[in-house]
Write a new protein. Structure first.
Length: 82
């Protein structure tokens, strides 16, 4: 899931769910990529990619993260963007 400009998602997340936060370095926008940590783990062999889709002025944050399934050898790439 993708949350945009949410103050603190940890207060609303169900058990086993966590977030990867993109701090507001792209204008005023914050961005959270939400995932079920009981089913998925961020890939450690591929670093996440994050940045701003608009450069001048910096705006519209994004996160690209590869995940590995806990129960299988599946790998998926997830993109969160605003």
């Amino acid at each position: 899931a993708n949350l945009i400009e949410y103050a603190d998602p940890s207060s609303i997340l169900p058990e086993n769910w966590t977030s990867i936060r993109r701090a507001p370095v792209c204008g005023k926008d914050s961005l959270d990529l939400i995932y079920n940590s009981a089913r998925w783990t961020p890939a450690h062999d591929v670093p996440p990619v994050h940045g701003c889709m608009e450069v001048s002025p910096p705006d519209r944050p994004f996160i690209i993260q590869e995940f590995v399934a806990e129960a299988a050898s599946w790998r998926v790439i997830v993109i969160a963007a605003h």
